[in-house]
Each structure stands twice: as structure tokens, then as C-alpha cells.
Design a binder for this molecule. Sequence first.
Ligand code: AMP
Length: 213
Amino acid sequence: MNFIILGPQGSGKGTQAILLAEKYNLEHVDVGSALREISENDTLLGKRLNEIINVKKELVSNEIIGEVLEHKLADIPENKGIIIDGAPRRFEQIKIVEDALLKFGRKIDKVISINISPEESIKRISKRFDCSECGARLIMGEDIETAKDPCPKCKGKIEQRKDDTPEGVRKRLSIFQEETVPVIEEYRRNGILLEVEGEGEEREIFNKIVKNL
Ligand code: AMP
């Protein structure tokens, strides 16, 4: 099975993608995290991506998305299903993603879209931290009390994503509305969209997705 999961910042799409990957033994293709990884490299491409993702907080070019996706798909055994987290995010990327999948004999079976309000998105992201050592996702007020606390799991240093500033989140949300909502509408027209309300308990949302897939 080949799935795509889309949703605004803080919708929990990453968490749901991980849970779905575990349940159905899928490869989790996290496009945003692959790009953020490249943006940390001291190379021409790394510097360009850092400028787009962390300084301008815009979307990267469609060509780069196609290349990164193909590179990731090439390493996945052909009999293993996948869940692509975070692409396509622009209308033109629909074909780019479709073509990349086709090269590896794959087609999209279902697109999952998780909805949350912009207010909830901003609220959740402002509380979102990650451990720089073990990578654990930590929520302020639940897992940690202040931004200076060490990671409760490994005592590593915690940090917030560079693009998770209030202004960065607002900009990415408006890009989501303008660029990604038309992509979701297209999948709705094609009849392969599963829409899920993202406000509520993680497990409850997961069960809703599984029940409707
Ligand atoms: P994410 O981790 O999904 O929030 O993605 C981090 C950043 O990577 C985004 O803010 C964009 O700058 C970039 N990015 C991720 N996916 C795409 C995409 N499909 N098209 C263009 N840019 C993307």
C-alpha cells in the first residue's frame, strides 16, 4: 500500500505517519525532515535549503522535491509499502510525486488529510520541542516544564525547530492554505482522500484513520 499524509503544521501528521508505518510495516518517507537534514550540510545545496526553510520559511523548489523523493524511493524494497509525509504541497507537485512513484512501479492508494484550526496549530507548535540527542518529541507542560529543561528520556539538550517561531508558523500556515489546500481538493475530486479531524487524542485519531482506510 502507498499512502500520502498531509496536514497543516502541528496537525500531528508526523506522529500518525509513524504509527501507521508501524502498524502496516510501511517505510516512512518524511520529506520535510529529509530536507531539514540536507539544510544542515555545509554545501551549496545545504546553504540554499537553509535559507529557504529556516530564514524565508518558504517552500523549496518542485525539482528538489522530485529529486529527494526519487532518492528516498530508490532505497526502499519494492514489496514494502510507503507513507509519504509532506508531499505534494503544491499543485504542480502532484504530477512530480505521481511520476516518481511510477518509476518504482507504485501508485497512490489513499491520501490522508488531517485537519486542525490555525489557532490550534499555533498553540501546539509553540509547545513543541525536540531532543537534539535522542530526537524525542517533547511537549511543554506535559514532558518538560521550561525550554531549559534537559530531555527527560536521555538528559540531552532540548531545542525548538528553527522554523517554529510564531512568525514562521503563521507564514507556513498561509502557504498551506494557498498552496496545499488545492492539492487536497484535487485528491478529494479523485475520490482517494480520507479526511480526519485532528483535534483530540493521538490514539483516537489513529483508530479513526485505521477504521476508514
Ligand atoms: P516539515 O518538516 O514538513 O514542516 O517541512 C519543513 C520545511 O521543508 C517546510 O517548511 C518547507 O520549507 C520544506 N518542505 C517540506 N516538504 C515540502 C514540499 N513538499 N514542497 C516544498 N517544500 C517542502
